[in-house]
Ligand binder design. Sequence first.
Ligand code: MN
Length: 306
Amino acid sequence: MSMYNRRLSELFEIATRVNINDQSRIVIFSDCHRGDGSNTDNFARNENLYYYALKCYYYYGYTYIEAGDGDELWENKRLSVVVNAHPGVFRLLSQFYKSNRLYLLFGNHDMVKRFKKNATCVERYFENAENCGEDNELDVVFYEALALKYNGSDREFFVIHGNQADFVNYDVWRLTRVMVRYLWRPFESLGFRDPTNASHNYKKRRSVEKHLIEWADNNSPVIAGHTHKPNFPKEGEAPYFNSGSCVEPRGVTCIEINHGMILLVKWKYEIREDGALFASREVLGGPRPLASFFNNNRNDDLVPVP
Ligand SMILES: [Mn+2]
């Protein structure tokens, strides 16, 4: 068993359980990389699209799950810079939070959220208030892993960022952050690609995907991000889903769970005859019933022989 396999299993054990059923509506985004609004902020070009999509999900009663790398805190040392650059988005996120429909996971680019003093207070995270309240009940919790427990059974979808299957972005993430911040950034502006980045480096991405797929094949369905490559498993493939990202030039992708079905969706701009732009939602994968991903009774193999 590989190191990654063991680590994923350990995280699955301790993951926060979230009950879902056939009435649940959930949307999973990842890798928004919300930045400072400058021209290095790749989220900025999709901000309106993302904002509109979120407004729809909020209106229709969805719970928002962010599977890591929501904020770009390698390029930006201060979260307040990010909050100030996208106030509308954070206002909307705080509405999800206030109606108990928000789960935020941290990834490698916002790993600092793991440490309490950085960004736990609601005011600081959503509104960038100078004075953070002392009331602990208002703290935003950042998770590393969730398990969506379907209909109270042991059928669970494992939600993680995915960097846990990526050595340079988990085991030595601080070192990688230093390299990216101070070494690669200047090269990047000359057109070089950061070699530690799973979304730029094809081989690296394949290796991360391989570990996640392997785990999903032997354990439970996985919903991850990190690679920026959206994925919806085809019939007969291991149940590995990827929500993609919000930093591609042409739209944002996400995973929807709606009344017992799961879909991969893309929000993008289209143009009408009269030249008006509009936001459209395209289904890239599914819908397929959640239950169909457990049909082969994977867990039966694990029953000990008496
Ligand atoms: Mn990542």
